[in-house]
Write a protein that binds this ligand. Sequence first.
Ligand SMILES: Cc1ncc(COP(=O)(O)O)c(C=O)c1O
Length: 453
Amino acid sequence: MELSSRILDVVERDKRVFPRGISLKYSPLVVESARKWFIRDIEGREFIDFVSGAVVYPIGHLHEDVVNAIKSQLEKYLGYPIVYFYAREPIDLAEKLINITPGNFEKKVFLGFSGSDAVEVAILVSRAAKRAKYVVSFYDSFHGSLYMTFSASGIFGEDVKRAVLASSDIILVPYPNPYRNPYGIDGYEKPVELSNIVLRELEKIFISRSAEISSILLEPIQGDGGIVIPPEYFIRELGKLCSEHGILLVDDEVKTGVGRTGKWWGIEHYGVIPDLLVTGKGLGSGMPISAVIGRADVMDSYPEGGLGYTLSGHTLSAIAALATLKVIERDNLIERARDLGSYIIKRLREMSEQFEIIGDVRGKGLLIGVEIVRDKVKKTPDKPRTLKILWRAWEKGLILLAVGKYGNVVRIAPPLNIPREVVDKALEIIEESIRDVLEGRVPDTVLTYMRGW
Ligand SMILES: Cc1ncc(COP(=O)(O)O)c(C=O)c1O
């Protein structure tokens, strides 16, 4: 597809003003507006948003309940510092979050703006509670872009970490990836065998260093690492291991939360109760808001005043989050995510029988990954073809992204209320795009516009 001069101009200006550190571009999509599950670009073309931006819009773009809640709040005030004064709306949100998160114990809540700041706070609070500085995290994980969260993100290589003098207070361990692991174990067939390898490694670390370790950061489904679903057995045993050794379990639900996986929180699939749970992204339907919901004794271990951001607990964002949670509950969107997710996975698995390059289809609810490989037996990741599929889909009016250590996992994460007919159209485009790539109809030149993870 020819790119218009207006689009090329924005691409150039973006490159000029933004540092390369924030750029993982997938296509020259220049957004003009967004409604429900559609995005319109500056040339007036319409796209199905099959990724909710960066997994941000559980009830679609500009849901009328969110818009109305924001509009009526705009008549009153935007925000006023909860570190100095009082406001009801952020308290309403904190109470709601306490009610819908696992754990029948007293909880307290920190409100921030992004997943990164909330996970950063969870780490700080855990370190204060345990008076121990080390944090255990997993290879291929992503927890954010601030100092400790970047340092704890196993997806970045040693060279990148060295370049920014990342913290060395992190211990990385393998995540039990059933499809692709260095032990040559098929984790779908032998989940316990795979889990035990990692659990034994963790146990060794916990036994020898538990006094130095504050917490372990866990994504219940590894997101940017490639939508990797660990064995249930692993998470259950990990929960027990943490309790035995007094290590705080920090559940990073920034991507998996607010109903996306067919439960309020991804960890609920495994029946484990975390000490701290972190949410963000979809919580505010696009308004910046995140939260740490945690055991009151742990949350209160941070010294007075130290966690108070100027705009933390911002009323307008809290209002958007309350409206979002209400719609998810009222419209039964959690069950819908489960049903629609099963339907999409079934359709994609049918496609995988047709196409040798679909190595694995996995997901829970509406967080789904399709792993693109050169062939099913060797499982060699195929990033160039993955990107070409994304490009072709974009040309045909569908927005997709790719994640994973090798950049070869197509991520599907539409709004939970996307209609079935729109999903069917999207799946049709995916099928056509794969065929077009396999038949050589997408040139290598398109890769110059795409970087990805
Ligand atoms: C699991 C997880 N944690 C933390 C973050 C960081 O969130 P944010 O980019 O909103 O700061 C992300 C973002 O992708 C994430 O997926």
